[in-house]
Design a protein around this ligand. Sequence first.
Ligand code: ATP
Length: 236
Amino acid sequence: MTVLKLENINTFYGHSQALENIAIDVQAGEFVTILGANGAGKSTIMKTIMGLVKAKTGTIYFNGRDISQLPPWDRAGIGIGYVPEGRRVFPDLSVEENLRMGAYSVRDDKVIAANIEKSYVLFPRLKERKSQLAKTMSGGEQQMLAIARALMLSPKLLLIDEISMGLMPILVNHSLSIVKKLNDAGLTILMVEQNANKALKVADRGYILKTGKIIMQDTSERLRNNAEVIKAYLGE
Ligand code: ATP
């Protein structure tokens, strides 16, 4: 079953075109990554899917429904979770208050408490630090909090924008292993990433984005063994 489908998406900032004829699909249970260099348009794809940036043309389907005209909060409400680039936690709120903000539309306190407990099982570090202000947490801890917050509405699809940004390699590996664990438990993932080596180790399939266009798509295994990809993205 197709969870997410982007058809012929063209997105502009003023007169400059950031995305050109983007077509992407993500199947239920899949872990898909979009790779590309700085400025390729990766964040713009995520923002377009969330409705934070409006596509000029094209259609976005979520579970078969055209969501192109829905505002961002409704897209979150029907099951699209979003971990923005640079983590963006609420700096002056505690860990637990950040999680509660993530559950903003949930009315039932029991559901909120159960979801907070679930994130503490997934991230014991957050439980130890539940009263600490988010701004005083380390980069890796803030990344965990941003992921946990995005899970508070029990999304069906999780969008993740550059988990590796500004993190030490060991923390990147840890964050990716948690995302992989969520995927193994059934959550569908679409993750944009500059670190192609690491992303292709955990994802099932990848797209390569270059100056706003998809130039290649394949299984992670085939991309890892593709000479052109190795030369341009896996060289380090
Ligand atoms: P990075 O890895 O550096 O975050 P990216 O692949 O996520 O890059 P985007 O942030 O999507 O790239 O940017 C794609 C292009 O759109 C870039 O040329 C960028 O300068 C431009 N752009 C992004 N946001 C805006 C904006 N708000 N106004 C104007 N141009 C923008």
